[in-house]
Design a protein around this ligand. Sequence first.
Ligand code: GUN
Ligand code: FE
Length: 463
Amino acid sequence: MSEFKNGTKKVFVGPFVQSKTLKELEICKDGIIGVDEEGRIAFVERSTADVEAALKLHGWEKVEVIRLKENGFYFPGFIDTHIHASQYPNAGIFGKSTLLDWLNTYTFPLEASFSDVARARAIYNRVVSRTLSHGTTTAAYYATIHVAATNLLADICLAHGQRAFIGRVCMDSAIAPDFYKDESAAQALAATRESIAHIRNIDPTHAIVSPIITPRFAPACSPDCLAQLGELHRETGYPAQTHISENMNEVKLVGELFPDARSYAHVYDDAGLLTDKMILAHAVHLNDDEVALVKARDAKISHCPASNTALTSGTAKVRKYLDYGIDVGLGTDVSGGFSPSVLEVVKQAVWVSRHVAMEAGDAVKLSTEEALYLATRGGAKVVGLAERIGGFEVGMDWDAQMVLLNEVQDMEGHGEDEGPVDHFGWESWEDKVAKWVYNGDDRNTVAVWVKGRLVHKTSRYQS
Ligand code: GUN
Ligand code: FE
């Protein structure tokens, strides 16, 4: 089960849409994209529907041809830069809680149950197939403190073919509950190393699954644990992920637990964890000094708007981060966030920015195009794979979804019993994309590929 081999060359024929820049989508109505045996994009033709000619031009003979036959387009796979796989059974459950009581009431008891490997297997299989069905081709996962279950999550991602970063959660401080915590920093480190070794063993080149060093958040970790994880981050070069400044009570708690640190961000910086390979989830209440530090270290931000609303954590100032030049991606943050869908989070990111705009002015609004960029190219930067995923460039991997628009959006237009065509089917391409974003869901994503491999399809998929 090591390096994934894909077999035949494929060509994908039909319209495609991708982010060109933060502000601009490319819409190509007549695309032909060639994907080689390794799942890498070998060519992108933008102005011909003539497959024979394209194949001849590139000297390709035996290929599988996948045609988009209905109203729709190929879109890059979504990148979920922050999701707790273990919390999936709680998705949608948050009551009136805010972060710290939510953790104790709902989250720690659920995560503790992953000592049961059979239970972990059932839940992790479900999470991976559900997120794939929503077009998530890459996920940065938090598992739990349990090495066996964490390693199983890596096995399951590899078996399903979902690109994933797998984090064994570290939490050794006094605020972690007795029934669910690491005994010591040394134990958190040993368990993390054990999980890294397993993932290295099953996927030595990390073509699909990679480890990610995961101190849960500063309040749950001793200074010693943070420092040792920082050292491991430096030593191995593996990425890291954590939470930062999500909730005001949490920020206050960090001030009390780390009285010598200049700020919350400095706690991570002092431990050697604030680097260009660190994914910081939430970043709702960072002060200007912290934003400057995050930028100086080139650390990444995972914006989790659905979760921030559910737990009434606050509104992250995404426009400010983008203006600073900080790399931002989107996170579902299941189960702080209620949905495993990045498309849902695209909508939520736009909504939250509009609420911020009602106070701060129009300039802070995120456009649909910008939110889609964060879900793809932005996310790719956040997980350190901007050269490999997030768009349809020659040399990138084919991580993609086939989106069909009919049924869900009333965009038939050419059906015989639908009445006059001017009721439906008149939309411009920009309108079609907007209808997908605001009215669409997993029913529209009829097929999903990772590294050229078909990893999900519905009954509506026909190639
Ligand atoms: N901070 C520490 N742990 C968590 C978690 O599991 N979810 C969220 N949203 N914030 C956290
Ligand atoms: Fe989280």
